[in-house]
Design a protein around this ligand. Sequence first.
Ligand code: FES
Length: 356
Amino acid sequence: MQEFYPLTVTGIDHDTRDAVVVSLAPAKGDCETFRFRPGQYLTFRRDFDGEELRRSYSICATPEEGLRVGIKKVDGGAFSSFAKHELKVGDTLDALPPQGRFHAPEEAGEKHYLGFAAGSGITPVLSIAKSILQGSRQARFTLVYGNRQLSSVMFKSELGDLKDRYLDRLNVVHVFSGEAQEIELFSGRIDAEKCHALFGPWVSPKAEMAFICGPEAMMKDVAGALEEAGMPKEKIKFELFGAAQPGRAKMREAAQAARDSGDMVRATVILDGVSRSFTMPRSGQSVLDAAREHDIDAPFSCKAGVCSTCIGRVKSGEVEMMQNYALEDNEVADGLVLTCQCLPLSDEIVIEYEGH
Ligand code: FES
């Protein structure tokens, strides 16, 4: 079972018109549980109109600085609006321990690292960059950061301070899509063309590792450009923001159609060593949703194939994933799946939750 812990809000900084940076403190006995690696995120839970919402936000600090998350308000986003407008110092938020596999290396060494971020995607990249620069006096970091305009740049003053502190080791390249720049190269979006134009004069793609965080199209473009420039795939780490969840209404329709026509499969889910079986529609419903519908407390967070909270292993049968932004190819080959994205292909499937 996923255990949530209370975190006390100890500070709120309205970073931009839309974004807020929230400092948090675990209870004394939970400090160890909330140790994190730079780049990881926290998942919060809160009831809105009787419905439990879970939302994940990346930590923007280093472990030495403490727990701090960056939250950017999205249109119609219940949790982000609440955080921006209602959350106060002294309030308590329920959170899962830090998670995520997008994080800084243990030892930065004398290497050069790259970061590409768009909008609030800066949050984990900032945490990673700070920890790399702090961790090794010889490490260098180049950050390419895309925003609509200067006023929407999150952590503007912190980035300025970091530039002053790491004069020779931190290079920040701002790219604005909604504001003309003196140098044309710094106008527009971070896409494949922009990357190729930046590589060489401004950004050396010959780096130890690259960390990318932003929307799907940007992430794919940057990863593709880096690979073309010779960076091995396994050195390119990404964290996707704003991944689309497959159309809920369409999914529900497909599930109902499968139920109506009796097109069901038998699923067995093993969680904490306990095995439970049920039938579920062959299409339109993920294994995770089916398990939760049957009162199995299967872990989840994003439900978009991004966070990897819902990882399971296929013990028998066949499934397909609708989207996967979290597992490496070798992990998929090894039988790991994101259960929030899994649809059954065979008449019977057995899936065991990993690490639970
Ligand atoms: Fe996030 Fe499945 S719940 S990947």
